[in-house]
Design a protein around this ligand. Sequence first.
Ligand code: GLU
Length: 466
Amino acid sequence: MVQVRTRFSPSPTGALHLGGAHTALFNWLFSRHHGGVFILRIEDTDKERSQEKFVVEIQESLQWLGLFWDEGPYRQSARLSIYREFARRLYEAGAAYYCECEPEDLEARRQAALARGEKPRYEGRCRERGLGPAPHRALRFKTPQTGMTVWQDAIKGVIAFDNQELDDLVLLRVDGLPTYNFAVVVDDITMNISHIIRGEDHIPNTPRQILIYEALGSPLPVFAHMPLMLGKDRGKLSKRHGALPVLAYREQGFLPHTINNYLARLGWSHGDQELFTAEELIRYFSLDQVGKSPSVFDQEKLLWMNSHYLKEMPCPDLARILVPYLAQIGIDSIAPDYLTQVVATLRTRVKTLVELATAARFYFVDPRPYEAKAAEKFLTPRAAPLLREVMRALAAAPDLSEATLSRMLQELAAQTGEKLVNLAQPVRVALTGRTASPSLTEVIAVLGKNEVLQRIENALHFIEKN
Ligand code: GLU
């Protein structure tokens, strides 16, 4: 195979959503699999709709996902002279012509065609007029009026369009800016793109683009049109289905690898394997295994996958990536070793990093005020002597190992004739402020003796005052 060169070419008219990330990922995986080059190109010729903040956000999203590009970002807005040069070539070869039809006139004809129930198309009024370049003239492509345009799509198989269905598309607008279909072909040719992997919504553009390649005498790349991602109700994926911009997933506490693994499995499969390391995705990815039918976005599965990876990740790594989420809730300057112990007690109980940070809060700040219901039920005068017993036993404990602490609690239960839960729950509320937490022995071991004794004493004060 020639050197694989793929590109991701978003228009910066909005944030990068899951659909865009899906396309970027497939291009990235394909190029990594083949030891090729992955290019980022910003398609910003639509000046009105393109915004710099989206250029920044798209790059930040790709970087967060780890989809680093080898070349670029190229920007179409910086390549206008290249498009003009290719336009000149097409014009001089007789494959394009200037058109002076007025926009109002074209719009009126468009509306009339729609009113007649016909597909609007340019009727070719200037096609044979032999007009040369001049202000207020657009350059149009002279689409062949007969024959078919056919390609072997690497995902969809053979696709054919009747050239008669295609009208003479504008290459350069009156303002000298290229249209999408023209700029994309010039870029893909000059950037030596070998494989164009993009959403199937671009299929209607492909015959037009192929005809431009042919008019320029350039060899065709491989086209691969990916099935779209739908919502659960099989409608176009949107916010309604829980689909969000990529960076919103970071904000909500998803791991970038979760998003990559999840998106890779949308439309692509490798047997029935669901979970892949990044290396496995690169090793196994192939366009042959991309299905033809749309895939359905499932928020629950995404959460499941995230909780899986939270459990799998080495605790020191998890601790490190949790730091900004803790900072968000005002918890700063944490000792890494302490945080590593904290996450080890919590990570099997949460689905996102935000949940993990929230659940970890009591390890860093005083649990008061206690959850009202928890305090009402367990921090009662009846619990006070039990809490004192626990303090006494703990103060004397030789160490805080799981074995020592379990034995201690059991002995206390036997001595006082209380059920273990009646003993444990008041301590849990005293230490964590709530009734649900990691196992008590883990919490005690992480908080350490001094802190535990202090918190139980605080709970005793609370009981006295109430
Ligand atoms: N800029 C186009 C888009 O955002 C992508 C074009 C292409 O991949 O050819 O949909």
